[in-house]
Design a protein around this ligand. Structure first.
Ligand SMILES: C[S@@+](CC[C@H](N)C(=O)[O-])C[C@H]1O[C@@H](n2cnc3c(N)ncnc32)[C@H](O)[C@@H]1O
Length: 222
């Protein structure tokens, strides 16, 4: 399931069963039809800074757990929900700051990076423990792994690959049509990925600003 038409098209071309739909619009006829639900790097986008500012974050996560719960078959063996999600950790930036322009903050400050990341990717991260609170009474946390180091190594590889792509005529010819169609967005992404390296900033250092968690949740019968 994706809300990106381009991603849906990409999947369809590869023979995958893809649905272009928001998780909030899943029809009732999907109830009880799944052994498990996987949210791989998507929950970060479900709460926007404006939602957090208006105090809606917990309600949005609570509704997400309720939707996943109703999709799972109560008789299935696994009955799990799995997610990989970036959380605020050593850095926490208030939603009122993230909605401001990155240029109103000192370059390379925490608020500068977070405002840039929101403009590029869109979303307000959860805090540690917020999901446990919002999962009740639908799911219990079964297993949690801190995958921040894994994501840092992956992100450093992505950055090297991105920089190599900029000097590769073959990769450039693939990127150029997108950049010409969306010049402002392409410039912003290039800036935050390669110049300020805000994506990689999240996972770097002894005490990384963000934590990447892999979580497995056990279905609780109601
Ligand atoms: C960073 S991508 C991760 C994509 C994919 N899981 C992967 O591992 O490559 C974020 C994904 O969240 C999805 N997403 C964001 N908001 C959504 C929503 N309201 N309902 C369903 N999917 C959503 C997007 O369509 C996108 O596929």
């Amino acid at each position: 399931m994706t809300i990106s038409p381009q991603q849906a098209q990409f999947c369809t071309q590869r023979g995958l069963d893809v649905h272009l739909c928001s998780y909030r619009d899943i029809a009732q006829d999907w109830n009880g039809r799944f052994d498990a639900v996987i949210a791989n790097g998507s929950i970060e986008h479900f709460v926007q800074p404006a939602d957090a500012l208006a105090g809606r974050a917990d309600a949005i996560y609570h509704e997400l757990f309720a939707i996943c719960h109703r999709m799972i078959d109560p008789q299935a063996d696994s009955r799990r929900l799995m997610n990989t999600t970036i959380h605020f950790d050593h850095v926490h930036v208030e939603p009122k700051d993230i909605v401001r322009s990155a240029w109103s903050f000192p370059w390379f400050s925490d608020r500068f990076h977070c405002a840039l990341l929101d403009r590029g990717f869109g979303g307000y991260y959860p805090t540690l423990g917020q999901f446990q609170r919002c999962a009740r009474p639908y799911f219990n946390l079964l297993k949690e792994r801190d995958a921040t180091c894994d994501y840092r190594l992956t992100s450093e590889e992505w950055l090297k690959y991105g920089i190599r792509s900029l000097v590769s005529p073959r990769q450039l010819s693939r990127l150029l049509p997108f950049a010409l169609r969306h010049p402002r967005y392409a410039t912003r992404m290039l800036f935050l990925l390669m110049v300020t390296q805000s994506w990689n900033w999240q996972f770097r250092g002894e005490q990384p600003p963000m934590k990447h968690l892999w979580q497995t949740w056990q279905y609780v019968p109601q």
